[in-house]
Structure formats: structure tokens, C-alpha cells
Design a protein around this ligand. Sequence first.
Ligand code: FA5
Length: 357
Amino acid sequence: MKTLESRIGALKTKFDESLAGATDAGALEELRNEFLSRKRGRVTLLFEELKSLPPEEKRSFGRLVNELKAHVQKNLAVSLKGSIRIKSGAKGKLTVIEDDADRDQVDLTLPGETLPWGAPHPVMLFLEEIERIFETMGFSVAEGPEIETDYYNFEALNFPPHHPARDDWDTLYLGENLLLRTHTSPMQVRVMEKHKPPIRIIVPGKVYRREAIDPTHLPMFYQVEGLLVDEGVTFAHLKGTLDLFLKRLLGDKIGTRFRPSFFPFTEPSAEVDISCLICSGRDQACPVCGGTGWKELLGAGMINPQVLKNVNIDPERYSGWAFGLGIERAAMFCYQIADMRTFYENDLRFTRQFFLK
Ligand code: FA5
């Protein structure tokens, strides 16, 4: 056993010395053959010897031969991989030793690899534009949780349990009390709970709904909530602000229309339509406006006094308005896209063409 051990030790030393002297890929290949070739390799022959040993020696001898084999393989692999090895010569002169891994060598004269540029998603670019417009009007930007409680999403906004208006805002429930928010309006309550008037804020974010998907409806989309509370605030302020905002966002030619509507948390309530920029009312079969020439873009209204009471703001002294705008819906018109689903198909040919006007 001792002689076998010393033979293996000697072979390892020989291998290490030969490896240190191997200066090119040819020499490394020769070394590999000498030790590992299937017929006459030194390691292969040791395995042959193994067969004739008594069982008790086989185990310990086998382990040593396997260790030697692993040592040879590992060190040969490392040397072959090294793209360029630089050796210090006798007079300290550096020489570059080439091996067969030519493909790994660095050619400094070649142009570098170009990495693809990342860019914000068009919906995000559009959202930033909306934020900029409201910031110039003195609004600040806040964000809120996408997982909401029943209280903030519904109850504090005047939707008691079993209120039929809840049906329009069906969503995924996470347990009994938590749900994926169906609009950004819960943030009206959260903001008014924390801050006393004057309040002037917008809240962008994702919302979720049980929805039949079509060119203007998605089950997950972005909204921006707007909220203004102060003394002496009227519907005229709401109308003027939204009209100015929509013209700045979509251009002066845009037509706006306020239709009476119902939301439990605003009174009076309105839905705001803009003139259809896809067909300008000329296509009876327009997939966006259905030939009416108008498309709903947002819901709005004066904050219901009951909601103000819910957050301990005196409705005799203060009044306010709020609105909730669909971002993808507005972006469709801004970019003249006939189908909202295109935003989320991740087709780079589509997303790459966006830049703001
Ligand atoms: C609301 O969500 C109210 N929270 C808006 C509101 C806020 C009213 C403050 C009063 C005061 P509505 O469900 O209509 O309302 O949605 C608002 C806007 O979101 C719509 O006008 C539309 O632009 C967009 N929207 C609604 N459903 C979808 C959908 N499934 N896919 C894409 N956009 C949608």
C-alpha cells in the first residue's frame, strides 16, 4: 500500500511539474494524453492495476487514484480555459503565452458588445406627463396600497355592504376583509384622514377589476385620482381644472363633455367624455367610441358630505372635488392607438416607438 501511495504521489508531482512547463495548447493536450488517454494513460493504467488488488486494498487505492484523476482533470481544464496566460520571464519581461482558446482572447481593436437600451414603458411615460401637468397646478403626488381593506375601498366611500353599486366594482378578495383595490378612490379617505384642508393631491396607481376584456377594458389598469378640498370649492373649479388638464395632455382641439352620473362618494357626480380622437365621430363602426364620437375618460364629482364626515372634516366649512382618470384610456387617445391591449403585449416594435410630444 505504501509503495502504491508513493507511486501516486510521485505521479502527481510529475504532473504538476509538467503542467507548469506546458506553455501552449499543444503541450497541454500532450499532457492530457499522457495521463488520461483511454489506452495508455498513466491514470488509466492505475485503474487497470486496481482490478487485480485484494478487496481491502481496492477501496483505499481506488480513492487515491480517483483523487489523482480529479486533480489532473481539474488543473488541465483550468489551464485550457485561461485565455491568455502572462508569464514573468527571466529578466522580468512579460511574455504572452497563447493557448488553444483563441476564441477567448481579447481583441482590443474590435468594437465593444452593444447592450440593449432599457426605456420606460409608454404608460409610465404618459403617467409622468400627467404628474408634470398637475404639479404645475400646485398638486402633490402620493401613492397608496394596491391591497386594500373593504373599509377604504367601499365602506368609507359610502358603499355599505350589499349596496348594488358594489357590483360594478367586483374584484379578487384576499380573505374576508382584504381585496385588490378596484379604484384609486380609497386614497381620498386615507389622505383626508392624515391631512387637514387645504388638500391638493393626485394619486396614480394600479387597480383591478373583474372585467370582460375588450379594446377599451382591461382587468388591471392604471388610474390617477385627483383630490382637492378647501373652503369655497365649487363644481366650476372641477370643470375648469379638468378642461385645462385634458387640453394640456391631449391638445387644444380636444372636446370635453360632462355627463351626469352616479358615484356613492360624490354628489353631484359626472362622467367626463372626450371627443373620439380615433375616428372623430366619422366611423359608425369605430371599436373605441362605437360611432358616438365620444369616449368616457374619467369619473368625477363633488365629495359627498358623508365622506367628509367619515374623516372628521366639517362639510359646513369645507367642500371638495375628486376625479378618477383611466391612464391607458387617455394614453390610447394621446397616441392614437385603437386597442388598449397593445400596451401589454410586450411587442418591442410597439413599445420602442414612443416618445412624448
Ligand atoms: C371610478 O373608478 C371612480 N373611482 C372614479 C371617481 C373618482 C369618481 C373620484 C368620482 C370621484 P370608473 O369605474 O368610471 O370610476 O373608472 C374611472 C375611469 O377608469 C374610467 O372613466 C376609464 O377611463 C377607466 N376605466 C374603467 N374601467 C376600466 C377598464 N376595465 N380598463 C381600463 N380603463 C378603465
